[in-house]
Design a protein around this ligand. Structure first.
Ligand code: COA
Ligand code: AMP
Length: 631
């Protein structure tokens, strides 16, 4: 058994040696000139000069190595009452054919393709087919509204959008095609082609000349070979919420990503080729990219692809049914899913109905794991419950309990210790390292390990400003927290205007931008408040323009509608209230952090720069009336 301390020390003292060895897990057409090109910091390039193909590593090499008949993906869909198993050989055929169809339509290496799809197998085929021909995919989560999709179309400039007619979300049928049509209509960038997968329960209208039916598109298409790409070429762009309405286009490269994910499957998750692994997320989020699709396939494991919810499809036993039926070794999901199950089935009655003896470990991430949920899950499941912390930007865990290296004792409330490759530190606002147990800014000393963002799509400047400028030489995570005397990291929450709703990352700044367009509103602030089920929920406070004398309830209803229409239902924006004034600094900056503390019932220091402290009393009163802080 390896020793965590030694492995970690090796990774930070000799990163090139460490990651050259990990790169043996990937098949290369051509090896690198240099493991790490650090000639232009903070733009680091892993495996510069090397050539490979991510799809080859995720599919073809397993077929060639004798795993052709092994199930690669199990699609389990209680909402359509189907279970479909696809072997590695079948996956190779379907992906190669779709890739051939894409090539026939003129999609080539370096072109971008947007994928806007529910949790169906075709979403995975589309991602892998792009990877096969060196095209860059950008998956957009299906819960985003047309306006958000249009923002991404304008920025990614796709040649094509791949979509489906719709989804079943719990019990509701949602049409996706009208959203795609509207997004294309409002976007400035004109998309040439739309490939649409018609789902049996919902037929979408097709636009002559632009829209292609999936089945017609792939039928008769030649099988495409894997196209060698540079290790440093982009594999995908994944937009994630920043502090404004313009999301950040996180880029993932091919080589570093494949090495890191392949390595992480064993080191962090203790998964080997042939094991059954389930990540219950959505391909629209980073967890879906890394651990529904790429990670398990790069490893040669079987991945479960779940089109359902933790509760209601049909009940709070859904997770245990899947684990038992597919003999799942480990599950990865967000704590909110467990809070939802706990609410419906507090005594875990449903667990007893299934044989889950195959189940070895539960991994949770995406938001803070509250100790209550941790203890509930570990007491009932009687397997290790592992919290781990990461971000869309890193693509894989920064802090975790690396069970494949050495399982460390768990401390509730901490995701354990830095993952090898990540030299995690806590700095004060002046950039000095703080001592044990002192809170500050969590940063990672550069270089970041392979698989992390090399930059932002078409925006080196924003990359440097967002992550690399505040603390030169370090990656700024924007999370606050501390490291205890044993080296355990505690992540306490975002220091910026990003919030986490049911494990989904959203921007309060983006919601403010929508609300600010209401004709009666002079200014507004949206803050994240604590929620027992979803972790956080947004709350809006707005000031009316002078002379406006309208029913506040009417305005509140309009705001809910506007945020749903412009951002999407997943923003879960339901609560807002009118205030006479918003608290600001003398230079006019709204004191959102102070309002967040009031809503959470946390002590706060009166900001020395506050313009008029009496406004805080008014805000406290309004928030109290709204039920904040919760009793
Ligand atoms: N496409 C379209 N709409 C979607 C969607 C999708 N893929 N996913 C969610 N939505 C919509 C929902 O229908 C809902 O709309 P409504 O307001 O009209 O009812 C809204 O977005 C909020 O959805 P959600 O946050 O999922 O709330 P919920 O009350 O339906 O379910 C949970 C609550 C806890 C069961 C659910 O949030 C959940 O399963 N969370 C786990 C999330 C997860 O796995 N995250 C992993 C990221 S790492
Ligand atoms: P995303 O980019 O959507 O993965 O969201 C990343 C953010 O989610 C982080 O910056 C954290 O604020 C939060 N987060 C993710 N995992 C954890 C965790 N295990 N503990 C605490 N916060 C987490």
């Amino acid at each position: 058994m390896a020793n965590y301390n030694d492995v970690f020390a090796e990774s930070v003292e000799n990163p090139e040696g460490f990651w050259a060895e990990a790169a043996e897990g990937i098949d290369w057409y051509q090896k690198w000139d240099k493991v790490l090109d650090d000639s232009n910091p903070p733009f680091y390039r892993w495996y510069a000069g090397a050539k490979m193909n991510t799809c080859y590593n995720a599919i073809d090499r397993h077929v060639e190595g004798g795993r052709g008949d092994q199930v690669a993906i199990i699609h389990d869909s209680p909402v359509t009452d189907t279970i479909t198993k696809v072997t590695y050989k079948e996956l190779q055929d379907r992906v190669a054919q779709l890739a051939g169809a894409l090539q026939s339509e003129g999609i080539a290496k370096g072109d971008t393709v947007i994928i806007y799809m529910p949790m169906i197998l075709e979403a995975a085929y589309a991602m892998l087919a792009c990877a096969r021909i060196g095209a860059i995919h950008s998956v957009v989560f299906g819960g985003f509204a047309a306006n958000e999709l249009a923002i991404r179309i304008n920025h990614a400039e796709p040649k094509m959008i791949i979509t489906a007619s719709g989804a079943i979300e719990g019990v509701k049928t949602l049409a996706y095609k009208p959203i795609v049509d509207e997004a294309i209509e409002i976007a400035d960038h004109k998309v040439g082609k739309v490939v649409l997968f018609q789902r049996p329960f919902l037929q979408a209208d097709m636009q002559e000349g632009r829209d292609l039916d999936w089945n017609d598109f792939v039928s008769g298409a030649p099988l495409a070979d894997c196209v060698p790409v540079e290790a440093t070429d982009p594999l995908y762009i994944l937009y994630t919420s920043g502090t404004t309405g313009m999301p950040k286009g996180v880029i993932r490269d091919n080589g570093g990503h494949a090495v890191a994910l392949h390595w992480s499957m064993k080191a962090i998750y203790d998964i080997d080729a042939g094991d059954v692994w389930w990540s219950a997320s959505d391909v629209g989020w980073v967890v879906g990219h890394s651990y529904i699709v790429y990670g398990p396939l790069l490893k040669g494991a079987t991945t479960v692809f779940y089109e359902g919810k933790p509760i209601g499809t049909p009940d709070a036993g859904a997770f245990w049914r899947l684990i038992s039926e597919h003999r799942v070794k480990s599950l990865f999901t967000a704590p909110t899913a467990f809070r939802a199950i706990k609410k419906e089935d507090p005594d875990g009655v449903f667990i007893g109905k299934y044989d889950i003896s195959c189940f070895e470990c539960l991994y949770l991430a995406g938001e803070r794991l509250d100790p209550d949920t941790y203890f509930w899950a570990s007491n009932l499941l009687k397997v290790p419950v592992i919290d781990h912390w990461w971000q869309t930007e890193t693509g894989w865990a920064i802090v975790a309990n690396c069970r494949g290296i050495e399982e460390l004792p768990v401390k509730a409330g901490s995701p354990t210790k830095p993952v090898p490759g990540y030299n995690v530190m806590v700095l004060d606002d002046e950039g000095n390292e703080v001592g044990a147990n002192s809170e500050g800014n969590i940063v990672v000393k550069l270089p970041l390990p392979p698989g992390t963002l090399p930059t932002l799509w078409k925006n080196d400047k924003r990359f440097v400003e967002s992550y690399m400028s505040t603390f030169p030489g370090y990656y700024e995570t924007s999370d606050g927290g501390y490291i205890d005397e044993d080296g355990y990291v505690y992540v306490m929450g975002r220091m910026d205007d990003v919030i986490n709703i049911a494990g989904h990352r959203l921007s309060t700044g983006a919601m403010e931008e929508v609300i600010a367009t209401h004709p009666d509103i002079a200014e507004c602030a949206v803050i994240g408040t604590d929620d027992q089920l979803k972790g956080q929920l947004p709350v809006g406070l707005f000031v009316l323009k002078s002379g406006v004398d309208r029913d506040v309830e009417e305005i509140q209803t309009e705001l809910i509608k506007m945020v749903r229409e412009k951002i999407g239902a997943i923003a879960c924006f339901r609560e807002s209230n009118m205030v006479a004034r918003l608290p600001k600094t003398r230079s006019g900056k709204i004191l959102r952090g102070t309002m967040r503390s009031i809503a959470a019932g946390k002590e706060y220091r009166m900001p020395s720069t506050i313009d008029d402290p009496t406004i805080l009393d008014e805000i406290t009163e309004t928030l109290n009336e709204m039920g904040y802080p919760p009793k």
